[in-house]
Design a protein around this ligand. Sequence first.
Ligand SMILES: Nc1ncnc2c1ncn2[C@@H]1O[C@H](COP(=O)(O)OP(=O)(O)OP(=O)(O)O)[C@@H](O)[C@H]1O
Ligand SMILES: [Mg+2]
Length: 210
Amino acid sequence: MISNFNHCRSDKGRENENSCELSFFNIRTSPVSGNNFVLQDISGEVKPGEILAVMGSTGCGKTSLLSALSGRLRLQSGSIRLNGEQLCKRLRRSKIGYVLQHDVFFADLTLKQTLVYTALLRLPDKKYTVKEKLEKVDKIIATLELGACQNNVIGDGYRKRGLSGGEKKRLSIATEIMDDPSVLLIDQSAGVLKPDLVHAPRPKGGVGTH
Ligand SMILES: Nc1ncnc2c1ncn2[C@@H]1O[C@H](COP(=O)(O)OP(=O)(O)OP(=O)(O)O)[C@@H](O)[C@H]1O
Ligand SMILES: [Mg+2]
């Protein structure tokens, strides 16, 4: 159950114009069976620049919490706010990045090709030229220290060998920070990000599970 969660907090980040405060009050999701709620009356907050780590045993509800915070899991009660404003579709899309526990990529593309397609598709033409989009890809690759494997194929981890698990996780993070979310939710971030990297790219706050 979710009450097994442990929170641990870091406030070493810096605020910037993109900063956002995420707060959630008495979150409860629909029961998955009988009266078994995965999330029951969970509250918390992440201030600008903070990192909130959510730790707990397998099946305790970490992924469920992040799904709820990302707006993907319907709440039965409770509320989620960004800078005091109720989370809605618009805020969810523009402010929150969500790195899933299990990565989904095209196995035959290289890491860099994946990021280039993401940039071309996701970054608005009104704000970025193609050249700026490509520059942004290079910057993110450098920030997340992915240069050495940028031309490696992703692979499927089964028949087609490719990126390591940690490199794939960083690639997921790279795709999610592409459009500068204010809050980044990372499911199973343990061992992937060094503390200095967590604060290097935007966003300047987020929630990660271990
Ligand atoms: N739609 C569903 N129907 C039935 N059970 C569900 C459903 N969604 C989640 N659960 C159950 O809710 C519990 C919490 O799942 P969740 O994926 O949030 O755990 P977790 O803490 O992320 O685990 P892990 O550390 O293994 O990733 C699990 O027992 C899971 O089986
Ligand atoms: Mg999980």
